[in-house]
Write a protein that binds this ligand. Structure first.
Ligand SMILES: *Cc1c(COP(=O)(O)O)cnc(C)c1O
Length: 331
């Protein structure tokens, strides 16, 4: 599939991805794309070691937000202030003097709740970190409204896992440089400074999965040539609206996320009436090759959860609703 990742063919591929992503995100002035191995889960620890400083504040309303908040509970950091909300809803960040790091998931994938990428009034040296893993590439946003917009390529970017990518603002880069110079112990693998130095050379610290890079690049090119992020945003809106229309007209399903303004366009979570066993539907669908409609397991609710990413085919989603109806009639 390729040569050494320190030779031109792979470095050129990485450069094309970096430039393509900057174009997709509107070429915000001074922002850079860094990347490294380990997926978004690794980036939580990268963020704790290389970006977090002072007291932080975290929005938690599901599994992924909770994991990010717990990474920030590292012993060398101040205990984060957690703004907790019921699964299926969310609260907002609260700007406070003294808080230096604000973190939240843009799309809480476990529930299908979306948050705006928006700064709140905060200290001049505070930074905002957006876990955009399931949102990036599928939802339009203003990059100037955040400092670290990080994700992995296995969702809207239709690639494989194992890689993290982060759009970094000049202020985030300043924070990285400052912490790297401090006496904090930072494992090499969790050093964003080392990742950034490598990224500037279109490399990663250690060997990346080349197929992941290849597939990611193809998807970025596809989105950019189709009309960019606003086009991608329309695609996911259409896909989620198709399922939403079905939910509205179907007596035995309802939206899990009650507040429409918090309802995701990339993950649709549907509650089923008590007399219908959603787990049984999911099982029958899986036996027939329609996979991954499972709800988030730890919520333990009578639900189905469906991704409506950029590449979700409308005809496939239509067929899914028909398949659910077919199974329900025969339960
Ligand atoms: C999928 C997902 C993750 C985890 O990504 P990995 O690459 O598997 O670590 C983190 N945050 C959100 C919001 C996700 O959707």
């Amino acid at each position: 599939m390729g040569t050494s990742h320190r030779q031109a063919p792979i470095k050129n591929l990485v450069a094309e991805i970096q430039n393509g992503l900057l174009e997709l995100f509107g070429n915000p002035s001074g922002y850079e794309i860094a990347l490294g191995n380990g997926g978004s889960t690794a980036f939580w620890d990268v963020a704790a070691y290389s970006l977090a400083e002072g007291p932080s504040q975290a929005l938690v309303h599901g599994e992924f937000g909770a994991k990010f908040a717990s990474a920030l509970a590292a012993p060398f950091l101040d205990k984060p202030e957690v703004i907790q909300a019921e699964a299926g809803s969310r609260k907002d960040l609260i700007g406070r003097a003294g808080i230096k790091t604000y973190v939240y998931p843009q799309n809480e994938t476990s529930t299908g709740v979306i948050a705006p990428v928006k700064r709140v009034a905060a200290d001049a040296d505070a930074i905002f970190l957006t876990d955009a893993t399931s949102a990036a590439g599928g939802i339009a946003f203003d990059a100037l409204e955040t400092d670290v917009y990080y994700f992995a390529p296995q969702k809207n970017f239709a690639s494989d896992g194992g890689l993290w990518l982060a759009l970094l603002s000049p202020q985030a880069i300043e924070r990285v440089e400052k912490i790297a110079k401090s006496d904090r112990y930072i494992p090499e693998f969790l050093s964003l400074k080392i990742a950034l130095d490598n990224s500037r050379l279109n490399q990663t610290l250690n060997t990346p999965a080349l197929a992941t890079l290849f597939l990611l690049n193809e998807q970025v090119k596809y989105i950019n040539s189709s009309g960019g992020l606003s086009w991608a945003d329309q695609q996911t809106r259409k896909a989620s609206a198709l399922l939403g229309d079905w939910v509205r007209k179907t007596s035995y399903v309802d939206f899990f996320v009650k507040d429409e303004s918090q309802r995701s366009q990339v993950v649709v979570t549907m509650d089923f009436a008590e007399n219908i066993d959603a787990a049984e539907i999911v099982k029958v669908l899986r036996q027939n090759g329609i996979v991954d409609t499972d709800p988030y397991r730890k919520l333990g609710k009578n639900q189905m959860r469906v991704a409506t990413f950029v590449n979700s085919d409308l005809a496939d989603l239509e067929k899914l609703t028909k398949a659910i109806e077919y199974v329900v009639e025969r339960l």
